[in-house]
Design a protein around this ligand. Structure first.
Ligand code: GFB
Length: 317
């Protein structure tokens, strides 16, 4: 194990994952973190990206930038989910190699795995069978980024590697009523149902799909751990290996919020992949395990939501 090499450029520092990585690295002595806002650096613009790397010369790059969204956003905007993510990845990974970056950690998602992958999902399931249609565009972009890092490592011997987190939640999440992921979607909807005194709340789909949830602060800790491994896996799952049905999750959120009405389902909305539970044997073999239990994580996240909601700083785009 070596300490993470400074300076560290966090691409996408303003997002939920990027801001969690900033919080985690702030605890590390002698680590200089470099960030740029979207206005100051358009990661889709190769010329801007190369100029940035020429000037700042980061030793480590943590790639947490992405166009992300829940099942509905992915279904509605496949062109942008494929092209925006591909353009950002290609520009940043190439510039990192050309400017001598010592370590590049690429962040993807467990939606890169086949819809019907054997559960729990091993890293070796990648490309074994067709993807989940509802997020195929995003998955293809993330698979391309993962593979490009693997090829750079294979062809040039640079330490470019990837982490594939499961569904994430925590501070700074996006609470857009249609474009968000499921957990923030449920928190906002059930909170509003409680405020309105509604007798029931309706969740999307049948409620039967199973999902695994990792707190973003656990992911940030795993990212630092991976950046300190001398010989990390080319790609590795990051998760809790525990999953729950969407209906159970909604019940947990309602209990946390104090909503006592009925929870109804809407089968006209898409369910997405039936299950995507990560096998985390490989990551645990390197000496890392998650710490934040889901119930406590949801309680903390709801408190963050209330602060963001009351202060008018709730991300909802
Ligand atoms: O997080 P999510 O939107 O996407 O979860 P995926 C979708 C599941 O939650 C479906 C149900 O079964 C939905 O029917 N659901 C219930 C809801 N109520 C809601 C709600 O209010 N909002 C949302 N969004 N879902 C994502 C990919 O797949 O997984 C991303 O789309 C990323 O690209 C992420 O890979 C990790 O979990 O199906």
């Amino acid at each position: 194990m070596n300490r993470i090499q400074s300076p560290v450029f966090i691409a996408g520092h303003g997002g939920m994952v990027g801001s969690a990585v900033c919080r985690r690295l702030a605890k590390e002595p002698n680590v200089r973190v470099i960030t740029r806002t979207r206005q100051d650096l358009d990661l889709c613009d190769e010329a801007q990206v190369n100029r940035f790397f020429e000037e700042e010369k980061p030793a480590t790059v943590i790639f947490a930038a992405a166009k992300v969204g829940g099942i509905l956003a992915n279904k509605m905007y496949p062109v942008e989910f494929l092209t925006d993510n591909l353009r950002q990845e290609l520009a940043t990974i190439h510039a990192s190699y050309q400017h001598g970056v010592k370590r590049f950690l690429f962040l993807g998602s467990t939606c890169i795995y086949p819809r019907m992958a054997k559960q729990p999902i091993l890293e070796s399931e990648l490309l074994a069978s067709p993807l989940e249609p509802t997020n195929e565009a995003y998955a293809l972009a993330k698979i391309a980024g993962l593979k490009l890092c693997q090829y750079f490592r294979q062809q040039y011997g640079v330490l470019f590697h990837s982490a594939m987190p499961t569904n994430l939640y925590g501070p700074g999440d996006n609470y857009h009523p249609d474009h968000s992921h499921v957990l923030p979607g449920l928190i906002r909807r059930i909170h509003e149902a409680k405020l309105a005194g509604d007798a029931s709340v309706t969740i999307w789909g049948t409620g039967t799909p199973l999902r695994e949830f990792l707190h973003v602060d656990d992911l940030a800790d795993a990212i630092l751990h991976l950046c300190e491994l001398d010989n990390p896996p080319d790609w590795v799952n990051v998760g809790t290996s525990l999953d729950h049905s969407i209906l159970t999750l909604a019940t947990l959120v309602a209990k946390t919020i104090g909503f006592t009405g009925a929870i109804l389902t809407d089968p006209t909305r898409p369910d997405g992949t039936p299950r995507k539970l990560t096998d985390t044997t490989l990551l645990r073999s390197t000496g890392w395990a998650p710490k934040i239990e889901l119930e406590q994580g949801i309680r903390d996240t709801y408190q963050c939501f209330l602060r963001e909601f009351d202060s008018g700083h709730l991300r909802s785009k």
